[in-house]
Ligand binder design. Structure first.
Ligand code: UD1
Ligand code: CA
Length: 431
C-alpha cells in the first residue's frame, strides 16, 4: 500500500430533508451505512492511509460508528457548521506537516467506486497538478457549483448556483464535491477563506481561485459515470441509490457465474461473496457480510442477515432466516427455519420449522448452537442454546432440546399421543 494519501470526508451537515433523528450518513442500504460505503471505497483504493471524518450534527453517533468500524479513521468536530471550507479546516491541525495528497469528498455519496477514485488520483499525478476537482456533465446542473473555464479550457473557478450569473447558470459542468490536493501546496488556502458570498459560508470551492491566484496548477477530472457522484439528501434518493448499488452487485455476481433468477426481487449486499453455479431464487434478501459457496440453492424467500458463511452445495430454502452462522457443505435448511449464532457441520439436515432459540431476553445473552456432521433435526425442533448435537445425533419432530445430545443418539421430548375414539360425534350430540 502506498501511504501518500489521506482522506477528509465531510459529514457534519444536518441532512434536514431525510426528516430523521438519525444522522444522514448513518442511514443504511442493505444494512450498511452511507458513510460505510464511502469509507470502504476510499480504503479500497489501497492509496489511503488515514481518514478524517468531519462530524457535527449528531457528532457522537457518527463518531461511535467510525470508532467501532474503522481503525484508520478519526473524527474531527465541526461546531458550528460554517460551510464546506470551514469543515475541511477542522482537519488542518491533524494534517500539519503532511507532505502527501489529500482527497476530500462528501460523506453522502455511496455510489463512488474505488476504481474511479484511483483513476482520479492517477490523473492528478499525471498532470502534476496541485489541485484536481472531480467534475461531471449534467443535463440538469441546477443546485450544483459550476466549473468555470477560460477560453483555453483551463479551470478558473467554481461558482455556486446561488452566486452564479444567468450565463454561468447555463454551464453544465458541475462540481461533484470530490477534490485532490497536494497538501503542502494547498494547505494555506484554508487560512484565506472568507464568507463573502450569497450563503455567508466558508466555501471549499474557493480553494480553486486561491490556487490559481497563487500560480498552482489546477485541473478538472470529468467523471465518466455520473451516478457515482449521486448524493443522498432524502429517503427517495436513499432508495434510488439502493437500487443502483444492488443492481451493480447482482450484475457482478451473474458475471461471476451466479444464477439470479429474478434480479428485480433479489437484494444482495456488496459485501457478500457467492460461488459459481449457486442459484439465488426470487425474493431473497441478503444483507451484511457473507460468504456463500458453489452449487448452493438460496431461496426463494430466504433472508441472510450477515456474518453467514456457507460451504458448497448447501440449500437454504423458503422462509429460512440465517444470522451469524457457519454452515458447512452438503447441508440442507430447506423450510421455515431460524438459524442464529450457530455452527452446522456438513451433511446436516434441518427439518422443517426447526429453530434455534439463541436469545435470552432476560440476560440479553445470545448463545451458540452446534450441530456436528451428519446431525438431523425432526420438524419443529426447538434447539435451546447453548446446545450441541454431536455427530449423527437426531431429534424427533416437535422436540425441545435443551441439553447436549451425544453422538448417534435420538433426542425426543413429546407428550404421549392419545386417541379418543368417538369424541367428535359425542361432542356434536351434546349441541
Ligand atoms: C457543495 C459544493 C458544490 C457541489 C456540491 C456537490 C460548496 C460550497 N459547494 O454544495 O459546489 O456542487 O457540494 O454535492 O462546497 N458539510 C459539512 N459542514 C458544513 C457544511 C457542509 O460537513 O459546514 C458537509 C455536508 O454534510 C455534506 C457536504 O459537506 O456532506 C456538502 O455540503 P452541502 O451543504 O450539501 O453542499 P452543497 O451546497 O450541496
Ligand atoms: Ca449537497
Amino acid at each position: 500500500m502506498n501511504n501518500s494519501v489521506k482522506a477528509v470526508i465531510l459529514a457534519a451537515g444536518k441532512g434536514t430533508r431525510m426528516k430523521s433523528e438519525t444522522p444522514k450518513v448513518l442511514h443504511k442500504i442493505l444494512n450498511k451505512t452511507i458513510l460505510g460505503y464511502v469509507l470502504d471505497a476510499v480504503n479500497a483504493t489501497g492509496e489511503v492511509a488515514e481518514n478524517y471524518v468531519i462530524v457535527g450534527h449528531q457528532a457522537e453517533l457518527v463518531e461511535n460508528f467510525v470508532k467501532e468500524n474503522y481503525s484508520n479513521a478519526k473524527c474531527c468536530l465541526q461546531s458550528p457548521q460554517l460551510g464546506t471550507g470551514h469543515a475541511v479546516y477542522q482537519a488542518y491541525d491533524s494534517l500539519k506537516g503532511f507532505d502527501g495528497e489529500v482527497v476530500i469528498l462528501n460523506g453522502d455519496i455511496p455510489l463512488i467506486t474505488p476504481e474511479t477514485l484511483k483513476e482520479f488520483i492517477a490523473a492528478h499525478r499525471e498532470h502534476k497538478a496541485s489541485l484536481t476537482v472531480m467534475s461531471a456533465i449534467f443535463n440538469d446542473p441546477s443546485n450544483y457549483g459550476r466549473i468555470i473555464r477560460d477560453e483555453k479550457g483551463s479551470v478558473k473557478a467554481i461558482i455556486e448556483e446561488k452566486d452564479a450569473t444567468p450565463a454561468q447558470k447555463k454551464i453544465q459542468e458541475i462540481n461533484t464535491g470530490v477534490y485532490l490536493l497536494n497538501w503542502k501546496d494547498m494547505s494555506d488556502a484554508f487560512l484565506h477563506l472568507d464568507s463573502n458570498n450569497a450563503q455567508g459560508e466558508y466555501y471549499l470551492t474557493d480553494i480553486v481561485k486561491w490556487a490559481i491566484a497563487n500560480g498552482l496548477k489546477t485541473e478538472a477530472y470529468v467523471l465518466k459515470n455520473n451516478e457515482e457522484s449521486f448524493g443522498i439528501n432524502s429517503k427517495i434518493q436513499l432508495a434510488q441509490a439502493g437500487k443502483i448499488l444492488n443492481k451493480r452487485t447482482l450484475y457482478k455476481l451473474m458475471e461471476d457465474g451466479v444464477t439470479i433468477v429474478d434480479p428485480d426481487t433479489t437484494y444482495i449486499s456488496c459485501d457478500t461473496e457467492i460461488g459459481a453455479d449457486t442459484i439465488v431464487y426470487p425474493c431473497t434478501y441478503i444483507e451484511g457480510k457473507n460468504k456463500i459457496g458453489k452449487d448452493c440453492k438460496i431461496g426463494p424467500f430466504a433472508r441472510l442477515r450477515g456474518d453467514v458463511e456457507i460451504g458448497d452445495n448447501v440449500k437454504i430454502g423458503n422462509f429460512v432466516e440465517v444470522k451469524k452462522s457457519v454452515i458447512k457443505s452438503n447441508t440442507n435448511v430447506s423450510h421455515l427455519s431460524y438459524i442464529g449464532d450457530s455452527e452446522l457441520g456438513s451433511g446436516v439436515n434441518i427439518g422443517a420449522g426447526t429453530i434455534t432459540a439463541n436469545y435470552d431476553p432476560i440476560s440479553k445473552v445470545k448463545s451458540r448452537t452446534v450441530l456436528e456432521d451428519g446431525a438431523n433435526t425432526g420438524s419443529n425442533t426447538v434447539l435451546v442454546a447453548p446446545v450441541t448435537l454431536k455427530e449423527n445425533a437426531m431429534t424427533a419432530a416437535g422436540s425441545v432440546v435443551s441439553k447436549n445430545i451425544e453422538k448417534d443418539a435420538l433426542a425426543i421430548t413429546r407428550a404421549p399421543l392419545r386417541v379418543i375414539s368417538g369424541w367428535v360425534s359425542r361432542l356434536k350430540k351434546h349441541d
